[in-house]
Design a protein around this ligand. Structure first.
Ligand code: GTP
Ligand code: MG
Length: 198
């Protein structure tokens, strides 16, 4: 599955721009700057596939990535919760994210990325509400674990597990990742391979 290369299929600015519904899609969602594009690159082992940046608001479209070697599409999403962009822009990105999460028939799994330094925020809860209502399965992925102490990570894992316990579409297991140490990257790859093989 992760035989290279993966390539950019297209970017969508609105629901009218989406590629035709084809193979199953997995999407990377989360607040701005949480590390969505970086994790996607780590998974495929191609540093510059999805564009990343130190400043929030880098990914501005739904970006679809494909490979000839497997019937699976990975979707890098714009982040939400970025206050510094113009209001209209933020509304457009957020609207697109929610519309896609609610309405894409081929969407099979959402990886909801949470910065391990910050934990779940109100807008992450809103995303989970949407996914629970739409019955789209999702898994929490903590990012940037290299930036916190192991004890803090343990606490966060326990707290987060407690918060998602009653959510119907949430996976109970939480994955801790770092694109620096590559913690969790192999585990996620294995799971994607399993999904693609179903
Ligand atoms: P938007 O597209 O703006 O929503 O951001 P994004 O979620 O795609 O984040 P991106 O992948 O662009 O990463 C944001 C910043 O965080 C970059 O400077 C990355 O190098 C950094 N980063 C991402 N993952 C990690 C990680 O696991 N550890 C550390 N230390 N930094 C990370
Ligand atoms: Mg991005």
């Amino acid at each position: 599955l992760f035989a290279r290369p993966w390539s950019f299929l297209r970017g969508a600015r609105g629901m009218g721009d989406l590629p035709d519904a084809g193979p199953l899609e997995v999407a990377f969602a989360g607040r701005s700057n949480v590390g969505k594009s970086t994790l996607l690159n780590a998974l495929v082992g191609q540093k510059a596939l999805a564009r990343t940046s130190n400043t929030p608001g880098r990914t501005q479209e739904l970006n679809f990535f494909v490979t000839d070697t497997a019937p699976i599409v990975m979707v890098d999403m714009p982040g939400y919760g970025y206050a510094a962009a113009p209001k209209k822009t933020v509304e457009a990105w957020t609207g697109l994210v929610f519309d896609y999460l609610r309405g894409r028939v081929t969407l099979r799994r959402v990886y909801l990325l949470i910065d391990a330094r910050h934990g779940l925020k109100a807008n992450d809860e809103e995303v989970m509400n949407t996914l629970d209502q739409a019955a789209v399965s999702y898994q929490i992925v903590l990012t940037k674990t290299d930036k916190i102490a192991p004890s803090a990570l343990e606490t966060l894992l326990a707290e987060t597990a407690e918060k998602i316990k009653k959510r119907p579409a949430a996976y109970p297991e939480i994955v801790a990742t770092s694109s620096v140490t590559k913690e969790g990257v192999d585990a996620l790859r294995a799971e994607l391979a399993r999904l693609a093989a179903e």
